[in-house]
Design a protein around this ligand. Structure first.
Ligand code: MTE
Ligand code: LUZ
Ligand code: MOS
Length: 762
């Protein structure tokens, strides 16, 4: 089945926030943000701005009727700054006017007097100064201390990965209007409607029942709207509260890039020990997470870095510690993989380091240490149905790794100024919110008496195809045509107290709840049919819109039966609640069974390097991925390809650049380079690993949203491989992204011969 949104998307008919018809009298809002990264606000003069043409009002923290607090995990973030500012781009006031243009003109008239303080932008410096968001945490198994001496090889080093701008095509925004009796409605582009509702209520001093949040779909979220869609929605709601008029905000790209947080940069130290057979015996890492100026989701992101510190490898002695460091950057936040990729980059770097020193290909060490059933993750969960080895060997066989290697070897022998490089990248990603309590969802299903079906869940469609999957679940469970089913908007009045659509668990959690609600309705209809057909309810099934008795079709159609049930005054609506069974985690011991299951896969990446220019092009990426029993192969392939490319971008081109004053220099698409059609791999091949799937996955179709991003890690190491083919003297640094500039430096580092060759060439 095709993604149900494909037609709407390509014809431009799909509705986004900015497509909602504007009500008469709608005002526009614009945030005023701090020009400095750290300081004491001596004065904030909004008088000129307030008098500016077309401006209705300028709000500050003094206008907040409830709590000036939006922190979800740690209450450490005001909606609008009070006496202090902690990052460039921090909202301090809100201008509301007749047009966005009028607000922009007024924004230039806001005067700040700020006593600047020295900003911290480096997480290690923050840690030195005791600026931590939460106390550090350590996950361990075995006993690293006692085994270092018995290792044949021990290596230590540093691995840094930079942040990443989400660059959802639709920027942050919200449209809010007054309802009766002081109630407020908010339409917004968020992954977490309940977070918006709760925070708006808290800031406005209202009950959650006074605030209704509705989400049609997102033009991309990628984690950037899990927590950080909230402030903008709450700001417009604040304006509605005071002005009793509709108010809209749709952020300018540069405002969005400057004011919102991104993927967390990490700076880590590692130590890895191997025996002479290349078994990894011990691994230690200390990670410094650059959290930015407030907690946001950083503690949860940090936790996932610890969970994924060993990626797909079994390591009997592990000790990994992470620090969440408070700096003067915009609060960093969820981004596809949620700390997992950052943790995995460190172990992959450590393995690359070891391979180089020992003189073996990196993939020899990787392969040797892949997880197998019966192993235990360092956080105590048993490894079950591990596809680490099967996806690896399937990729090696299906894509003929020896042939790929031979081609690379031949190419590198024949070419001096071009070199190819190879990397294999296994991925193991845990599915479930690491906070057990968040793993729940609800669904509401109406069968209308003409036989059509309306479905509401807590899932938010952001391009990942969750609505397609939900529609399939309803259609399959009822045994009816997909055309009969409509997935409604995500709305807090229809489905309450939801977790954000995140952690790749949107389809699983909401799909399971939906399946339960549909099953209840199916049972009820079977009873009515049994009555009609003089049969027992157990003998009734529905297939192809027909009721079957003991496997034989009756003359009762879906439509007829639904109408009959309606005439019999039988309820045709049902809701259900799903909470993932089995999972638990003990934060005291840092042990438990946090994930419903794991997703595995292996990618083979080949890159060609231009050794004169330092530029590169990925020839192919070939992937064997574990989708379980996919219900939407096309949707899943879209996720795999998109995730891969987003991961390659993070590892190669995308260079987030804050200056020492904490100002974002890469603040537009002209200075922040994301993968385009010219830089994506020339071919991407995806094969689904044939597996049974998992009972905790919806219809055994495993979650797919985030895991493929981590195949992109292989891009870094494929480039390294090519660099070494040209310049065996290059020192290996682990400092992502591996931009063309860095590649060029590495190519000629200590390479007398190379420089001489270049002279000869000219
Ligand atoms: N795919 C598209 N097209 N757009 C997105 O914003 N977000 C990703 C992933 N795939 C995203 C996407 C992230 S960060 C997550 S957590 C999952 O989708 C969320 O959706 P799911 O739980 O339904 O997989
Ligand atoms: N969000 C969250 C997430 O709150 N908890 C998680 O474990 C998670 N994992 C991935 C993405 N978002
Ligand atoms: Mo995704 S980072 O869980 O929104």
């Amino acid at each position: 089945m095709k993604n149900i949104d494909s037609k709407g998307h390509v014809t431009g008919k799909s509705l986004y926030l900015d497509d909602i018809p504007i009500q008469q009298g709608t005002l526009h809002a614009l945030a005023v943000d701090s020009p400095v990264a750290h300081g004491r606000v001596r004065s904030l003069d909004i008088s000129e701005a307030a008098k500016s043409e077309g401006v209705v009002r300028v709000f500050t923290h003094e206008d907040i009727p409830g709590e000036n607090q939006i922190g979800g995990i740690v209450p450490d973030e005001p909606l609008l700054a009070e006496d202090e500012v902690h990052f460039c781009g921090q909202p301090v006031a809100l201008i509301v006017g007749e047009s966005e243009h009028a607000c922009r003109r007024a924004r230039e008239k806001v005067k700040f007097e700020i006593d600047e303080k020295p900003p911290i932008t480096d997480p290690r410096e923050a840690k030195e100064k005791g600026e931590l968001i939460i106390p550090p945490r350590t996950f361990q198994n075995g006993d690293t201390e006692s085994v270092w001496d018995s290792c044949a090889y021990v290596f230590e080093g540093q691995a840094d990965s930079n942040g990443q701008e989400h660059l959802y095509i639709e920027t942050q925004g919200a449209y809010s209007w007054p309802a009766e009796n002081g109630n407020i409605k908010i339409a917004t582009s968020t992954q977490g409607p309940t977070a918006v509702q709760r925070t708006a209520a808290q800031v406005l001093g209202l009950g959650m029942h006074n605030v209704e949040v509705d989400v049609i779909r997102l033009g991309g979220g990628f984690g950037g709207k899990e927590d950080q869609a909230t402030p903008w929605a709450v700001m417009v709601a604040l304006a509605v509260y005071h002005l009793n008029k509709p108010v809209k905000m749709a952020m300018h790209r540069m405002d969005d890039m400057r004011m919102t947080g991104k993927r967390h940069p990490y700076s880590s130290d590692y130590k890895i020990g191997l025996d002479k057979n290349l078994n990894i015996i011990a691994y230690e890492a200390t990670m410094h997470q650059n959290a930015g100026a407030a907690a946001d989701l950083s503690p949860a992101v940090m936790e996932r870095s610890l969970f994924h510190a060993n990626n797909s490898y079994f390591i009997p002695n592990t000790k990994v510690t992470a620090y969440s460091c408070r700096t003067n950057l915009p609060p960093n936040t969820a981004f596809r993989g949620f700390g997992g990729p950052q943790g995995m980059f460190v172990i992959e770097s450590a393995i690359a380091h070891a391979a180089r020193e020992i003189g073996v290909p990196k993939h020899r060490i990787q392969e040797k240490n892949l997880l197998k059933d019966g192993d235990e993750f360092h956080y105590g969960q048993a490894v079950e149905q591990s596809q680490a080895r099967s996806s690896w060997s399937d990729a090696v066989e299906t894509f003929d790794l020896p042939k790929i290697q031979k081609e690379i070897e031949d190419f590198n022998e024949a070419h001096h100024w071009k070199k190819k490089g190879l990397a294999l990248q296994p991925v193991c990603f845990g599915i479930s919110f690491t906070k057990t309590q968040m793993n729940n969802a609800r669904a509401l299903v109406h069968i209308y008496h003409d036989g059509s079906v309306g479905v509401s869940t807590g899932a938010v469609e952001m391009g990942q195809g969750v609505n397609t999957k939900l529609l399939q679940v309803a259609a399959y469970t009822f045994g009816i045509a997909p055309e009969r089913v409509r997935i409604d908007t995500t709305n807090t009045s229809r489905v309450a107290n939801t977790s954000p659509t995140a952690a790749s668990a949107g389809a699983d959690l909401n799909g399971k709840a939906l399946e339960m609600a549909c099953l209840k309705l199916r049972e009820r209809l079977a009873e009515v049919a049994a009555d009609q057909l003089d049969a027992s309810p157990d003998s009734i099934t529905i297939k192809d819109e027909t009721f079957y008795v003991d496997g034989s079709p009756s003359e009762l159609s879906w439509e007829k039966m639904v109408h009959q049930a309606f005439m019999d005054r039988v309820s045709l609506s049902e809701k259900a609640h799903y909470a993932t069974p089995v999972i638990h985690f003990d934060k005291e011991k840092e042990k438990g069974h946090p994930f419903a299951y794991h997703v595995y896969g292996t990618a083979i990446l080949v890159v060609t390097l231009d050794c004169l220019r330092g530029t590169y092009q990925f020839d192919t990426v070939k992937i064997v991925h574990d989708c379980g029993k996919s219900i939407s192969p096309m949707v899943d392939n879209g996720q795999i390809e998109g995730g891969l490319v987003q991961g390659i971008g993070w590892m190669t081109l995308e260079e987030l650049d804050y200056d020492e004053q904490g100002r974002l220099r890469s603040n537009a698409l002209s200075t922040y380079k994301i993968p385009d059609i010219y830089s994506v791999p020339e071919t991407i091949e995806v094969k689904h690993l044939e597996t049974e799937g998992h009972d905790l996955a919806i219809r055994k179709s495993k979650a797919v949203g985030e895991p493929p991003l981590m195949y992109g890690l292989g891009a870094y190491f494929a480039i390294q491989d090519a660099v070494l083919a040209f310049n065996p003297h290059a020192t290996l640094k682990f400092d992502a992204p591996f931009t063309h500039e860095k590649v060029l430096m590495a190519l000629y580092e200590g390479k007398e011969a190379g420089v001489k060759d270049a002279a000869e060439l000219s």
